[in-house]
Design a protein around this ligand. Sequence first.
Ligand code: HEC
Length: 327
Amino acid sequence: MTTPANFLSTVGAACNLQPGELSSVYDRCERPGDRFAFKDQDFNEIEIGYIERIKGEHDEYDREENPPQVDSPGLHIYLHTAVPLERSDLWDTGQFIRSFVDDSGKVQDLAYARFRTRWWILEDGHHLMAEVSDYQVDRVNELMSVGIVQGDLNRNGEYGARQSDPVALLEPGRPEESYLIARLRGQMQGESIPGTRMPLANQPLSIPEMLALFCFVEGLPTDQTATPSGERPINYEACSYSDDPEALNLLGEGVTWTGRVSKILEANCGGCHGGQSPSADFDVLSDEAYDNVVAASTQMPDMNRVEPGDPEFHDIRTWIENGAVEQ
Ligand code: HEC
């Protein structure tokens, strides 16, 4: 998002799909997963929830002596519904299927990848494990690199795409439903968003900046064919958020000491107020950072560094009267 063109490409783009951590994927960013079927078994394709490749050496798996466990080395595929097969294993070709829209606008199902091996059926059929022998490693690496779409990418059991439309980074006309904005606010339509509130330890966006973003997104052409332009000025007059910018909830839910405030202090102040000998004996990096913030000042012992409930220090007159601070 470092150039304007780059930023404009986020309009309508699927949100949050190259996660750092799987648990930070928002359910509503999940897309309908690709589907799985065996070539020689007769059952309907089943949506893929998620795939996990567990690397490692393994002895020959065996039905009685050495059946694979849920975390045995192999290629694990978790499915939305159980495969309807009354057996523990089979040799077959696993097929990965996706629907494409062809040039004439028709939806076509295409088996875009295949893997032939011995498959094990685990956990009532919701979980398949493909054996990966040494000679198959390249084949599996190839398979993992084609980008199989996983319907339950965050592995929490919710197939988010089913609940509602998937969410885009910037949804033209609908800032409240744009994931990029939701990450800045910590919530979307009243539902809190997993992952740290952006922009991490940096200054949160100011109300005018947030208003600009809201009004920019609200003013984007909702017509699918129109290309968003970086030249069009933001129309604040027509923007429905102009009247009450405070309601943009910049400061509401999601701003906590641990989640936000302590990080701002750590990033901006920790260089001096931390380590072996913190400046003014004021340490914002220790586990006692919060207590240190509301403790008495080293230089002005009659005053707290932060007076709880009194951010603007309205009591200053009392302090002056008491001679604690000079006027
Ligand atoms: C470059 C080093 C440096 C940075 C960065 C820095 N400080 Fe300081 N700070 C000091 C020094 C040195 C003192 C003590 C001397 C003074 O007051 O000038 C001090 C004193 C203070 C005091 C008074 C402490 C007391 O108990 O009397 C507070 C409060 C304070 N800083 C807050 C902050 C905050 C908040 C930040 C970050 C936004 C910050 N400082 C960043 C060096 C720094």
